[in-house]
Design a binder for this molecule. Structure first.
Ligand SMILES: C[S@@+](CC[C@H](N)C(=O)[O-])C[C@H]1O[C@@H](n2cnc3c(N)ncnc32)[C@H](O)[C@@H]1O
Length: 355
């Protein structure tokens, strides 16, 4: 267990103490939590983990490799050790298993694009005070407007959604009859790709904006299932193609207000064949909307970045689906902060025993 995990678990126990016993260390942790994210982001910017990959370097050599003076290098590297990102052995610094797997450029599960996206979010979050006073998002261009921004955003989403896609493939038993799947706002297409790789009976359409479809096509080209996955450039606020057995909305609803969520879900209903399955993946709130922590904070993230986005509880989404005519609605935790809501179109459904 990394030092940070040990220390946090002790400090978080403090939350449950009576007011007489409680001490303010947990408040101090909250106040300085951004130090952790900035340390990670700067280490990523300097490509420390890529430069240390497969090596164990003494301070002087590590400082040279990352091109900063030894004094800040020692502080930064020691902080990375404490955070569980590096290990120090006989005075040499090397990657931990975590950073070797996820923070080394060009490794298949590289997470660095999401961390770079985090740098942008840190800037946005510095305006939170203004945003909550004015109830207005900050001014910024939509992530898919120009080609380069769309690429960077899509690579970031790809890192975030790869574990989700793997968990979904393990969780959901689909039938072995031919399945037409529509991945609405599918981003890099990672969910369609992982499902199509597991199920040879799936043919998938990744529906997204034109700039994002170009990036998705690059990922699709690398997949052994590429001949069964297509991109479709369109605008889901206008219309969706029809005739699908499964429609996926992964990380889509949190970008919209309630009325736009309902209107998109109605389009999904129209897009599905009878007995078709909708799979919604998102950061769902508890029914009282006061937890878990990540979805409550993600709501603020959406307040900052979008005019009407937010996070929703499973109960809210279930109600929307029921009102539209979906049946067999279930909410399940999936992985990390992501949960899913499943629903079937119509009553006479062949998918009802799937989950
Ligand atoms: C948060 S990302 C989620 C990507 C992917 N589903 C995932 O979970 O990794 C939202 C996606 O919706 C796409 N999108 C946003 N508005 C859209 C619209 N009106 N029509 C089609 N796609 C849209 C964005 O380009 C982006 O790829």
């Amino acid at each position: 267990m990394a030092r940070i995990e040990r220390e946090w678990s002790t400090k978080m126990q403090n939350k449950n103490k009576t007011s007489k016993e409680a001490d303010p260390s947990v408040i101090m942790e909250m106040n300085t939590a951004f130090w952790i994210s900035r340390t990670l982001q700067v280490a990523n910017e300097l490509e420390i983990f890529t430069k240390l990959s497969g090596k164990c370097l003494a301070l002087e050599d590590a400082a040279k490799a990352i091109e900063i003076p030894p004094r800040p290098a020692e502080m930064l590297l020691n902080a990375c050790v404490a955070l569980g990102l590096l290990e120090k052995e006989n005075g040499c610094y090397k990657n931990s298993n975590l950073s070797e797997k996820y923070l080394v450029k060009d490794k298949p599960e590289y997470f660095g694009y999401m961390i770079a996206h985090g740098v942008q979010l840190s800037e946005y979050w510095s305006k939170l005070g203004e945003v909550v006073k004015n109830n207005k998002p900050i001014e910024h261009s939509a992530p898919f407007e120009d080609e380069e921004t769309a690429r960077m955003f899509t690579l970031a989403m790809h890192s975030g959604s790869t574990p989700t896609a793997k968990a979904l493939v393990d969780f959901i038993p689909l039938p072995h009859t031919p399945i037409k799947l529509l991945d609405v706002g599918g981003g890099s297409g990672v969910i369609s790709i992982k499902l199509a790789e597991k199920y040879p009976n799936i043919s998938a359409v990744v529906f997204d904006t034109p700039n994002v479809c170009k990036v998705a096509q690059e990922f699709i080209n690398q997949s052994p299932a590429s001949n069964r996955i297509k991109t479709y450039a369109g605008d889901y606020t206008k219309e969706l193609p029809k005739g699908f057995d499964v429609v996926i909305l992964s990380n889509i609803l949190h970008g919209k207000g309630v009325q736009n969520c309902i209107s998109l879900l109605k389009k999904v209903y129209e897009s599905l064949n009878q007995s078709g399955l909708v799979i919604i993946l998102d950061f769902l709130l508890d029914d009282d909307k006061c937890g878990p922590v990540f979805p409550t904070l993600f709501a603020l993230n959406m307040l900052i970045a979008t005019p009407e986005g937010g996070t929703y509880s499973g109960a809210e989404i279930k109600q929307w689906l029921e009102d539209i005519g979906f049946n067999n609605i279930k909410k399940e935790p999936l992985i990390g902060n992501t949960s899913m809501v499943l629903g079937v179109k119509g009553k006479n459904d062949r998918n009802k025993n799937l989950f």
